[in-house]
Ligand binder design. Structure first.
Ligand SMILES: Nc1ncnc2c1ncn2[C@@H]1O[C@H](COP(=O)(O)OP(=O)(O)OP(=O)(O)O)[C@@H](O)[C@H]1O
Ligand SMILES: [Mg+2]
Length: 255
């Protein structure tokens, strides 16, 4: 059953079209990966799904009863802001209604603690967010999104700038959450997401949606990115296959 339906959707910023005739169905329980080059419109599409940006034309239907859990793009988050981990997570429960000197109820605090416990970040509860590693902060942001008990989670590059172990940790967590939630994740970690997702969509103004064809292959990626790209393969021994531009063919190597 489709929980999200997007039909012939376009988005313009001023006179510039950034999304063109997007068609996409996301089924309940699906784990969808969205990839594409910088500026391809990924964040814009997520914001349309969240209702933060109105499409210029086309249709959007989101068939869920709960608010969507949203983990925004990391680089937009102010890490220097003086606030504790617990407070960041509790803010997720406010659902837009921020009152001056808001006091959180005991059950909300307990809920935040339960979520932190399940994400193994309870030890950091009273720390300032500026004192966390990138991977820990990303978990805090996921915990914050979980406060609304979402059926759908949307994450915008949750593993950008994390090391390989932290990336795997986050994707394992998302896979767990996927047991009872629909997950949409934007990522540049093509090789990594490939082993977790059910479906993949490649976005570069146009959406190349692969439906049941879950495998990212070199042709698909090159078509969307316009040039050869790097694939990280995960096997018993993780290894990196560097694909290079034609003119650099001599440099082609496998590490
Ligand atoms: N508020 C805005 N006003 C005007 N143009 C915008 C605005 N937000 C984004 N854009 C432009 O729209 C295009 C798509 O941006 P978007 O942030 O959706 O891309 P993205 O795929 O998320 O990129 P990245 O991988 O760098 O995060 C870009 O060319 C960007 O400059
Ligand atoms: Mg983006």
């Amino acid at each position: 059953m489709a929980i999200i339906k997007v039909k012939d959707l376009c988005v313009d910023y001023g006179h510039v079209r950034v999304l063109e005739n997007i068609n996409l169905n996301v089924n309940k329980g699906e784990f969808l990966g969205i990839i594409g080059p910088n500026g391809g419109g990924k964040t814009t599409l997520l914001k349309v799904l969240l209702g933060l940006i109105k499409p210029t034309k086309g249709e959007l239907k989101v068939n869920n009863k709960r608010p969507i859990g949203y983990v925004p793009q990391f680089s937009n988050f102010d890490r220097g802001f003086p606030i504790s981990v617990l407070d960041v997570i509790l803010l997720g429960a406010l659902d837009g209604k921020i009152k001056f000197l808001h006091k959180f109820k005991k059950d909300q605090i307990r809920k935040a603690e339960d979520i932190m416990d399940s994400l193994e970040i309870l030890d950091f509860k009273d720390r300032q967010i500026s004192q966390l590693s990138g991977g820990q902060l990303q978990k805090v942001l996921i915990a914050r999104a979980l406060m609304v008990e979402p059926e759908i989670m949307i994450l915008d590059e949750p593993t950008a700038s994390l090391d390989a172990n932290a990336k795997t940790d986050i994707y394992n967590l998302l896979k767990k959450l996927n047991k009872d939630k629909t997950i949409i994740v934007v990522s540049h970690d093509m090789g990594v997401i490939n082993s977790y997702i059910d479906t993949v969509a490649c976005l570069n103004k146009h959406l190349h949606y692969h439906g049941d064809d879950t495998k990212l292959n070199k042709n698909t990626l090159e078509k969307v990115y316009g040039c050869p790209v790097e694939l990280v393969a995960h096997g018993p021994t993780p290894h990196r296959v560097l694909r290079v531009h034609e003119e650099d063919e001599d440099d082609n190597r496998s590490l």
